[in-house]
Design a protein around this ligand. Structure first.
Ligand code: PEP
Ligand code: MN
Length: 454
């Protein structure tokens, strides 16, 4: 992608660095700037992780979501870590997303666009630049691509070498995802095997029943002579928050087919709630790349902001280009979302609307755990569907923090995880994730909502 065959339009390359002169939030202070320069130069020469053609295909898939013909399932860790990029953990997350997708496809009879918060979700925005423990103040943990989680001065120092390690960890994660989703593991005829290895519980049982139905249907179709080539592979897209500009900029390359810039670190990137300033660096930079992009919208978002975001990020009104990911909070969504939907409805813009029911529902328990109530997550998703019903727009997807592992990070669900239980397997270094069972339960609930629409 580095040597364009077609010419690049005037100003495009300069434009990719315009963000450097704009106000910017949530970037680390790198101590060693010479090393940073070496690292970003090295990164800009490493191969792209995704191909522009795949990225365009995703835009096309999201265009179908925008027009109500498909649904987006986006999920994964709050923060991936280098240590947890293991085969087992990656497989369990992919299996969980595939299972949720099957539940949704079956329930809604609608294609599901599958996307991981995976293979690059390493940089985190923080509410404070520093963290204080027992009178000691150190830089906050900003994700494995910036510094270490251990609370020591050495570990918390921003280390540019971590950026290259982030790239290689993303590459090996994406490689395994591609192997799983293209190499037979994700074949719909394996629908039962995705459930193996997970603890038995009512959600799994419900899944088994559904898997049996699917099996029977497949056997029937096979007997009738159907061709199953399309069942062998699934499209699976990689996404992360486009936050750390010293990663996002060097990974952005000119596509030799079109002369357009693509961020080749992921198929889809989103701008977070804390970096969506209309006049800031992130909005400017991401307005210039050709990938489909998302923007998180919290409760302070006004209808005017939504209209301005559309004009800046999707001036040509490209179907599938822009996704709004709302994260309002369960108690707020029914009031906060309809005015935003109304502001766009009936205009020439058709963004994808996605619910992130996680980030507006954080609480801290008396025993000190950052957690979320499963009931609040469900309530926000229900409120999201209600708001769209009222306004007459299409609820296009869900964006959730989940893991395939049997963790105890969110309260409630059919396993009835309580405050005391949180301590037993709380593994997230950042926000609490739905575990495998809670993820499946949520998928069944969303499938019921979708079945009403379909
Ligand atoms: C996140 O997705 O982990 C995150 C920090 O979200 P938000 O930008 O919505 O706060
Ligand atoms: Mn998070």
């Amino acid at each position: 992608m580095t040597e364009p065959i077609v010419s690049v339009a005037p100003g495009v390359l300069e434009g990719l660095d315009a963000w450097r002169d704009l106000p910017i939030n949530q970037q680390p202070t790198w101590g060693n700037t010479e090393q940073l320069a070496r690292v970003t130069s090295e990164l800009s020469k490493l191969p792209p992780l995704v191909f522009a053609g795949e990225v365009d295909q995703l835009t096309d898939r999201l265009a179908r979501v925008a027009s109500g013909k498909a649904f987006l399932l986006q999920g994964g860790d709050c923060a991936e870590t280098f240590d947890s990029a293991t085969a087992d953990k990656i497989r369990n997350r992919v299996k969980t997303i595939l299972q949720m997708a099957v539940v949704l496809t079956y329930g809604a009879s609608m294609p599901i666009v599958k996307m991981g918060r995976m293979a690059g979700q390493f940089a985190k925005p923080r509410s404070s630049d520093t963290e204080t423990r027992d009178g000691v103040t150190l830089p906050a943990y900003r994700g494995d691509i910036v510094n270490g989680y251990d609370f020591t001065p050495e570990s918390r120092e921003a280390d540019p070498n971590r950026i290259v390690r982030g790239y290689h960890t993303a590459a090996s994660t994406l490689n395994l995802i591609r192997a799983f989703t293209q190499g037979g593991f994700a074949d719909l005829r394996e629908v039962h095997s995705w459930n193996k290895g997970f603890a038995e519980n009512p959600a799994n049982k419900r899944y088994e029943t559904l898997a049996k139905d699917i099996d029977r249907a497949i056997k029937f179709m096979a007997a009738a002579g159907a061709d199953f080539d399309s069942l062998k592979r699934v499209e699976f897209y990689a996404s992360h928050e486009g936050l750390l500009m010293d990663y996002e900029r060097p990974m952005t390359r000119i596509d030799s087919r079109t002369g357009n810039p693509y961020n080749t670190s992921a198929h889809f990137v989103w701008i977070g709630e804390r970096t969506r300033d209309l006049d800031g660096a992130h909005i400017d930079f991401f307005s210039r790349i050709s990938n489909p992009i998302g923007v998180k919208l919290g409760p302070s978002t006004t209808p005017d902001m939504v209209r301005r975001l559309i004009d800046i990020l999707d001036p040509n009104r490209i179907p599938g280009r822009l996704t709004f990911i709302t994260r309002m909070g369960a108690g707020v969504i029914r009031d906060a979302l309809p005015p935003l939907l109304e502001a766009v409805k009936g205009t020439d813009a058709l963004p994808v609307w996605v619910s992130d029911p996680m980030h507006g529902n954080g609480i801290t328990t008396p025993n000190g755990y950052k957690t979320r109530r499963f009931d609040d997550v469900v309530d926000e998703v229900t409120g999201f569907f209600e708001a769209h019903r009222v306004v007459g727009t299409f609820p296009g997807g869900i964006h959730v923090e989940l893991t395939g592992d049997d963790v105890t990070e969110c309260l409630g669900g059919s396993e009835m995880i309580d405050e005391a239980t949180l301590a037993s397997r709380y593994e997230s270094l950042c926000d609490p994730r739905l575990n495998h069972t809670q993820s499946l339960e949520l998928a069944f609930l969303v499938a019921e909502e979708l079945a009403v629409i379909a």
